[in-house]
Design a protein around this ligand. Structure first.
Ligand code: XMP
Length: 525
């Protein structure tokens, strides 16, 4: 690989993606590969540095993954993190054993600030620990560069050989000075320049798409989500009208979303491409009529989505490529298969089986979400689209408890639009008051209104009402696998509730969901 890069070898740790992201944040390209990647392939890639990730195993267990010993004679700097640090210690002749005290969580760690990884560190600071084994004795030639109360070798190095190791996790935000460690490793130790920019990504990817597609035709399923929208913009820049985007409106989108997608990608939109919109709302509502079980709803929506997409695709005829908005976390999560916890995928319907195409094209498959967003902005997509919060494929279908009807969709769309607008407004005001671009501490990662199946008695004017209860949800999460309910200030919730009952016909009660995940999930169904 010509481009300067760092290689992350994955030993199954849950933070492996974060490591790669931290390196990319230094503007250095980085790929995650399985720990058993062949040495010849590593040579071919010619990384400026190699990072060995954490993992759930014990190095002294013969069945656990180890590094190819040749890795240590490539003359490339190696940084071991957690299990990766133990691998370095163990395979280079040190001792690793079960720690008398396992450390977990924020731990005061003292490091030698004159040593490579710790330049600009403050000496003693908080680092995130999560280990039951520890390095008892560093290998010969190594010097210990960090320790904690219970961990005698929290960091070590052999500068002459380019080996560095830390028992803690510099990649997680709970390690206060973790970013400096990555800066020190990639720039000072590996000698990277840091020239990985999204503008150059766009240039090289556009050229690569042109070459691959030639004068062929490309079909893309556009959902209006961030990934498929950015993929559409990128493909359009490369091949213009050779691209056809099919947008299936299943009638379960948020308020105005369908119109927004059309205004950006439609005939009078911002991009040169063929836009096909299938307005299938009525079809979906009829298929969902009488269905109340959540998984059954998901299955119907997924299957119908593919059906509608395929019938639109048939009208276009044979295409050469089917494009997808796959991004790097999807690749890592489904491809390497080593991480102890793998997020389950909720893709709508899966891949169409009856579309006639030769090859799949995935222009964003090496990018993280924040990079995809950057590319989107660079390509001129409106910020509201680029910063959309996650929205499930089955859409409002799983935010309406019980049977889906067009009337319930209207109610939840209206309530949700009000709630999101109030949260956004309050967040903007908070930031303006703070005088910078920081977000309020209660800022949720995902927030929406759902329609419960509960109807209850209320009073409005002089009359009795018997209407629906809307549930407001807002969670703070970094990985969507666990989440806490966001502590939205009362005035905001109260004001949103007032507006919803006053402005949305059919609602007389608003509830706030205070549960974390687990035991609840983020969506109500
Ligand atoms: P849960 O409800 O499982 O949600 O805690 C975790 C994240 O996944 C999204 N989600 C879905 N996304 N199809 C999707 O494309 C689905 O069926 C689905 N269910 C949940 C949810 O919005 C949250 O971001």
């Amino acid at each position: 690989m010509e481009r300067e890069n760092i290689l992350v070898l994955d030993f199954g740790g849950q933070y492996n993606q974060l490591i790669a992201r931290r390196v990319r944040e230094c503007h250095v390209y980085c790929e995650v590969h399985s720990s058993d990647m062949e040495i010849s392939k590593i040579r071919e890639m010619s990384p400026k540095g190699i990072i060995l990730t954490g993992g759930p195993n014990s190095v002294y267990d013969p069945s656990s993954p180890h590094a190819d010993q040749e890795l240590f004679s490539l003359g490339i700097p190696v940084l071991g993190i957690c299990y990766g640090a133990q691998i370095l210690a163990w395979q280079l002749g040190g001792k690793v054993a079960t720690a008398p005290v396992s450390e977990y969580g924020k731990t005061e760690t003292t490091v030698d600030t004159t040593k490579g990884l710790f330049k600009n560190w403050s000496g003693t600071s908080v680092a995130w620990m999560s280990h039951t084994d520890y390095i008892e004795t560093a290998p010969e030639g190594f010097e210990v560069t960090g320790h904690t109360a219970d961990c005698p070798v929290a960091a070590m190095q052999d500068e002459s050989k380019g080996y560095y190791a830390v028992q803690f996790h510099p990649e997680v935000v709970h390690t206060d000075e973790g970013k400096k460690l990555f800066d020190n490793f990639v720039f000072d130790i590996c000698g990277c320049k840091g020239d990985w920019q999204m503008t150059s990504f766009i240039e090289t990817t556009v050229a690569a798409i042109k070459e691959k597609v030639g004068d062929g035709k490309v079909l893309l399923g556009l959902s209006g989500g961030v990934d498929s929208s950015v993929a559409a913009a990128l493909l359009s820049k490369a091949i213009g009208k050779q691209l056809t985007c099919v947008f299936v409106d299943h009638g379960l989108l948020r308020k105005n979303e369908s119109e927004e997608v059309e205004s950006v990608f439609g005939n009078n939109g911002l991009f040169e491409l063929n836009f096909v919109k299938a307005d299938a709302s009525a079809h979906f509502y009829s298929r969902l009529s009488g269905i109340t079980e959540p998984e059954q709803k998901r299955k119907i929506i997924g299957a119908e989505f593919i059906n509608v997409f395929e019938s639109e695709a048939k009208k276009i005829g044979a295409v050469d490529f089917l494009a997808q908005g796959t991004i790097y976390p999807d690749v890592i999560e489904s491809g390497l298969g080593k991480s102890a916890t793998i997020k389950s995928h909720h893709n709508v319907g899966g891949l169409p089986e009856h579309v006639n195409f030769k090859e799949i094209i995935e222009p964003l498959r090496m990018l993280f979400k924040d990079e995809v967003r950057e590319v989107g902005l660079e390509l001129g997509l409106p910020p509201y689209l680029v910063y959309r919060q996650p929205f499930p494929g089955p859409g409002l279908g799983i935010r309406i408890i019980g049977e889906v009807t067009s009337e319930k969709v209207r109610i939840v769309q209206e309530a949700d639009a009000i709630y999101r607008a109030e949260i956004d407004k309050a967040a903007k005001e908070w930031s303006a008051e703070a005088g910078d671009r920081t977000l309020p501490p209660w800022m949720p990662s995902q927030y929406y209104a759902a329609l419960t199946n509960l109807r209850s008695v209320g009073v409005m004017g002089d009359g009795r009402t018997y209407d629906y209860a809307v549930a407001l949800r807002a969670v703070i999460t970094s990985d969507f696998m666990t989440a806490t309910a966001a502590p939205i200030p009362w005035e905001i919730l109260n004001h949103a509730a007032d507006r919803i009952v006053n402005e949305v016909k059919g609602v007389n009660r608003v509830l706030y969901d205070c549960t974390s995940k687990p035991p609840a999930t983020i969506e109500l169904e």
